[in-house]
Design a protein around this ligand. Structure first.
Ligand code: AMP
Ligand code: MG
Length: 355
């Protein structure tokens, strides 16, 4: 049995071990309440930073009485989380090593953290009838949208052929994944991809870190996943903008939140490649192997659980608004959908917060 050693844990959410300190940020959703003005430290004025991590932008606004190191520690913890556990590309990460061992007959021994993450992913896969499925790593790799979408010149991009896609789907399927305690049986050629939940997991870790510090309030975004924490010095609500997917320079409105919340958005404008006027985005429908085509342009999920917010935003994007609303509510989350025509649909829970 192969064992892959864990190094780093979030105590409350992902089991015991060294405390995960932080992470966070913004991307598809913008925080209309906070600008980015370098790092400051005066009393009642926030520490602010903008960095990159987890392949996206990380924005922090933290009220912590001048403890300027906090933003750096948050960033470090997000980076550690990615490097030690979640990255599909970095050879030192546990996920990378797990993927290398696909087909290992006697199983792969996982860290407590990765075991917990995979258990939660499988729960969302079952509840979404396989719309959310981390086993489609090989199909995601064939499309290569994450890497290509950040490049200015994609004139040489060739979308994968139908045969290659259907071949890759043969190696996927969450129901073929067996997890016995902390031993994973990963079928040969199956590749796991945690891109749909990494940013949400980071928010959970950051939330734990902030709790352990003398932080009175914070808003931290990691790409399209945003954490609000505590309160602003003036007691007013955090305002989290919901981007208009059809004009990303504008917000459609904002969520008015007090205390600790996680808001994740999945959208077809986040990562995509355009070929001959056709947009190929990064959220793949496991039923077809092609970018999901449910009529939705973006989905925003609101919950107090970062993992769930991120997993559900991806799942709901694929399911569309009707099934997606049901799925979100089954997990006690609120959802807001924007369709291709710009119509907004939301759960009753979301109406209380959306302006
Ligand atoms: P998000 O932006 O949170 O919706 O996550 C999208 C990312 O999740 C993609 O870039 C892929 O890495 C991965 N992914 C794509 N399709 C799926 C899917 N059906 N289930 C799980 N992960 C997916
Ligand atoms: Mg997601």
């Amino acid at each position: 049995m192969k064992s892959i050693l864990p190094k780093h844990n979030c105590e409350k959410i992902y089991g015991s071990g060294r405390k995960c300190k932080v992470l966070l940020c913004v991307f598809l959703i913008t925080l209309s309440c906070c600008g980015c003005a370098g790092r400051g430290a005066a009393r009642n004025s926030p520490i602010q930073s903008v960095d990159t991590g987890m392949g996206t932008i990380i924005r922090q606004t933290i009220y912590a009485d001048g403890q300027t190191q906090i933003a750096e520690e948050v960033l470090q913890n997000i980076t550690d989380l990615e490097h030690q556990y979640l990255s599909r590309r970095l050879a030192d990460s546990e996920l990378y090593q797990v993927n290398e061992l696909a087909g290992q007959a006697d199983g792969i021994v996982l860290s407590e953290r990765l075991t917990n993450i995979l258990e939660r992913c499988m729960e969302v896969s079952e509840a979404s009838d396989g719309a959310f499925d981390i086993t489609i790593g090989e199909t995601v790799r064939l499309w290569d949208i994450d890497a290509r979408s950040s490049m200015e010149n994609v004139s040489d991009y060739e979308k994968p052929g139908a045969e290659a896609l259907s071949e890759s789907l043969k190696y996927s399927g969450y129901d073929k994944l067996i997890l016995q305690d902390n031993t994973l049986f990963l079928p040969a050629k199956m590749q796991l991809d945690l891109g749909a939940v990494g940013k949400g997991i980071a928010l959970d870790c950051v939330g734990e870190y902030l709790e352990a510090q003398e932080v009175t309030g914070a808003v931290i975004s990691v790409g399209g996943s945003i954490l609000t924490y505590g309160q602003k010095p003036d007691g007013s609500s955090w305002k989290v903008g919901v981007i208009n997917p059809h004009d990303t320079s504008q917000n459609l409105g904002y969520l008015s939140l007090k205390g600790q919340w996680c808001v994740s958005t999945s959208g077809d404008y986040e990562r995509f490649v355009e070929v001959d006027g056709v947009r190929y985005h990064h959220i793949i429908d496991p039923a077809t192997g092609y970018p999901a085509d449910s009529g939705v342009s973006s989905v925003t999920i609101l919950t107090q659980d970062g993992f769930l917010s991120d997993a559900l935003s991806t799942a709901c994007f694929i399911l569309g608004s009707e099934k997606g609303c049901e799925l979100a509510e089954r997990f006690g989350a609120s959802a807001l959908f924007v369709d291709r025509e710009g119509n907004i649909t939301m759960t009753a829970g979301m109406e209380k917060y959306f302006n």
